[in-house]
Design a protein around this ligand. Structure first.
Ligand code: HPA
Ligand code: ZN
Length: 350
């Protein structure tokens, strides 16, 4: 076991920023900054119901998940061509590199685009090309996870899977997102079973606004390997036991949870409680352009608000590698780099 060296509170933000980390819960459409939305709208001749960047930003006052999703889907309407998807993903990957993200698994929502007549090839090829370039030009290892929109039907999810299968080598897994309440994981049992047969990794949003029961069914009905959000698990002691003993990762998104009013403020967030209970929590940005910051902002502000310290920083970064779908050799290399950064911050150097 690595003994985490003592690091003063004053130097903690710098350590949080510099430590290598993986981001496992980022909706790439949620990284579209207002400036890029307007640039793409101009490039593609799409008209928006907002006069300018400032009035769009003013609309980012959410009261729950649905109030966010309505604006998020409107923002994505400017994406039409393969290059648009490339530009969006590249902008995120550059920011990720600056945050010392060494590995990212990007969610994307094909149905948001195919419903507007955009070919799925434009979506996947554009995003994938950005991931390939990120490895060679930024040193960021990135892969794609195709998400089904849970407010749409099982039939639509199956149709999307069929459309995507010719591009099977360009994504590593499937997820489930969009409006949670009223759309339990069971609705997609057969789609996820098929994805399992195809050898795709499986994850699902559960226990963000929805009940702990949705986390049970994501695990036991959909067979997922990770739970996205999962913060409602604290409502159910038996579920907490299960998540801890099976080392099921939770991809927690503190800024998102506050902006969508799952918690009233960062101080009240239960990340520390999840870690204390031995759960494999990770920190992620979810939709950084909408929720007020990227991954390092989430780390620094959540630590400042909740009083987490260097040992939790180490655990969260190490969890992000262990919970990732990257190969073992790469994971071990990043874990080694993580230890080196912590050692370089040791107070004993002074
Ligand atoms: N939850 C559900 N669906 C989403 C989210 C989220 O936080 N972000 C983008 N789609
Ligand atoms: Zn999400």
């Amino acid at each position: 076991m690595f003994k985490v060296p003592p690091v003063s509170v004053a130097r903690l933000p710098a350590l949080l920023r510099k430590m290598p980390k993986a981001e496992l819960h980022i909706h790439i459409e949620g990284s579209l900054e207002p400036e890029l939305i307007f640039a793409l709208a101009r490039r593609n001749g799409v008209s928006l119901p907002y006069a300018d960047v400032e009035s769009l930003r003013r609309a980012y006052a959410f009261t729950n998940l649905q109030s966010f999703l309505d604006i998020y889907y409107a923002g994505a309407s400017v994406l039409l061509h393969e290059q648009d998807f490339y530009d969006m993903a590249w902008a995120y990957l550059e920011r990720a590199a600056a945050d010392h993200v060494v590995h990212a698994e990007l969610f994307f929502d094909p149905q948001t685009h195919t419903a507007r007549g955009v070919p799925i090839e434009s979506v996947i090829n554009g995003l994938h090309r950005a991931c390939v370039d990120a490895a060679s030009k930024l040193g960021v290892d990135a892969s794609l996870i195709l998400c089904f929109l849970r407010h749409l039907s099982e039939e639509s999810a199956f149709e999307t899977l069929e459309q995507a299968l010719p591009l099977r080598d360009k994504f590593i897994g499937v997820g489930l997102d969009s409006s949670e309440l009223g759309h339990p994981p069971e609705k997609f049992a057969r789609v996820f079973a098929r994805c399992g047969e195809l050898g795709l990794h499986r994850v699902a949003h559960a226990g963000e606004e929805g009940p702990a029961a949705y986390i049970w069914s994501a695990l036991d009905v959909l067979g997922v390997e990770r739970i996205d959000h999962g913060v409602q698990a604290v409502q159910d002691a038996a579920l907490m036991q299960r998540l801890a003993s099976d080392r099921i990762p939770l991809t927690v998104c503190p800024f998102s949870n506050v902006k969508l009013r799952v918690f009233p403020d960062l101080q009240s967030h239960n990340l520390g409680r999840l870690l204390e209970a031995g759960l494999m929590a990770t920190v992620n940005s979810d939709d950084p352009a909408y929720f007020g910051g990227y991954l390092n902002d989430n780390f620094v502000q959540t630590f400042a608000a909740t009083g987490l310290l260097a040992p939790q920083a180490y655990t969260l970064a190490r969890n992000s590698f262990e919970a990732s779908f990257a190969g073992e050799v790469q994971r071990h290399r990043w874990e080694h780099q993580l230890k080196e950064v912590f050692e370089s911050f040791s107070e004993h150097d002074y």
